[in-house]
Design a protein around this ligand. Structure first.
Ligand code: ATP
Ligand code: MG
Length: 301
């Protein structure tokens, strides 16, 4: 399939899951088990083929992004545990040149992190121009886990008078402004929420317990977080309502079927790159002369 066709298909696949205006977003409108027109049994191979050709198209676009060296792309991934963030990142980015890609995972903040404002540790990891930066978790944890567990906020050493009831609203506003700042500086921001159901998460946790090769992935703390499921869902919904904008949209991706999640994430990244005016730098008169001179010199010895 030609790149043009792949891009067209990617736009169609990504569109239903893109949230560019948060106001009317409702999480209940997204079914984690949704697979669009792909039926699980018959169309899974077709979806996998879409991913394979998508990965090739992505590699081509990324090569131009790198050569042009103007735009940077920041992709942020958020999800409940076992939703498949790691696998999605691994598969979707498998075709791109590692030299043009940077991945950072944000875990519980260190003492040094907590000694700074919350954006600090992420700001240090912004992608260079020409690069794709991937955040596996991000500053969005600051309005998710920190909101669900107020004891984390207490550890942030904020002056007490700044910890008032407006803190979440203030954070949303600061995040919106920060992303606008990035956009105005040529850093394209796209955010992904991989939306897994509570039932499918339970199935995946049990698989981690029952399969010795997956035991290392299981943490009882992750399972304990299930008690706070509804609080997390409320936090996710409000986060998306407050921070989905035209320039920095969220993609809310159904995550009960890993093969489908990956196809949609790849499609969203393809549409993001395809929307940029990517092109190889033009070779001007001077460069042509330089090339001709170099050829002559090389051939003369
Ligand atoms: P993941 O859970 O992302 O697949 P992991 O299991 O390898 O990765 P963990 O050690 O579980 O890594 O780290 C992720 C944990 O860090 C999550 O529970 C997340 O909520 C927490 N975390 C990330 N950022 C923050 C933050 N700013 N404040 C508090 N906790 C945070
Ligand atoms: Mg974890």
């Amino acid at each position: 399939m030609k790149t043009k066709q792949i891009i067209k298909r990617a736009r169609k696949l990504a569109k239903p899951f893109r949230v560019s205006k948060g106001k009317d977003f409702r999480l209940k409108d997204v079914d984690p088990n949704d697979t669009l027109e792909f039926t699980k049994e018959q169309d899974k191979p077709r979806a996998k083929e879409a991913l394979t050709s998508g990965i090739l198209a992505l590699a081509e676009l990324q090569d131009k992004l790198y050569a042009q060296d103007k735009w940077a792309v920041l992709l942020m991934f958020q999800a409940m545990d076992a939703a498949g963030k790691d696998g999605a990142i691994e598969h979707v980015m498998s075709g791109v040149n590692p030299q043009g890609c940077q991945v950072y995972s944000f875990k519980s903040p260190s003492a040094e992190d907590l000694d700074h404002d919350y954006l600090w540790r992420c700001m240090r990891c912004m992608p260079n121009r020409g690069h794709i930066g991937i955040f596996n978790r991000s500053y969005y944890e600051e309005v998710l886990v920190v909101r669900v567990h107020p004891e984390f906020l207490k550890k942030q050493k904020l002056p007490p008078k700044l910890m008032d009831k407006n803190i979440w609203e203030d954070r949303f506003e600061d995040i919106r402004n920060f992303e606008e700042y990035l956009t105005r500086n040529g850093v394209i921001v796209r955010k992904f929420f991989l939306h897994v159901s509570k039932k499918e998460q339970k199935r995946r946790f049990l698989e981690r317990i029952n399969d010795p090769l997956k035991n290392w992935k299981f943490s009882s703390n992750d399972a304990a977080e299930r008690d706070y499921w509804d609080n997390y869902m409320d936090a996710y919904e409000e986060m998306i309502q407050e921070t989905a904008t035209k320039d920095a949209p969220w993609y809310v991706v159904p995550a009960d079927n890993k093969w489908f999640t990956r196809v949609v994430v790849a499609a969203a990244v393809i549409e993001t790159l395809a929307d940029l005016d990517l092109a190889y730098p033009e070779v001007g008169e001077d460069k042509l002369k330089e090339l001709a001179a170099a050829r002559k010199k090389l051939l003369s010895k």
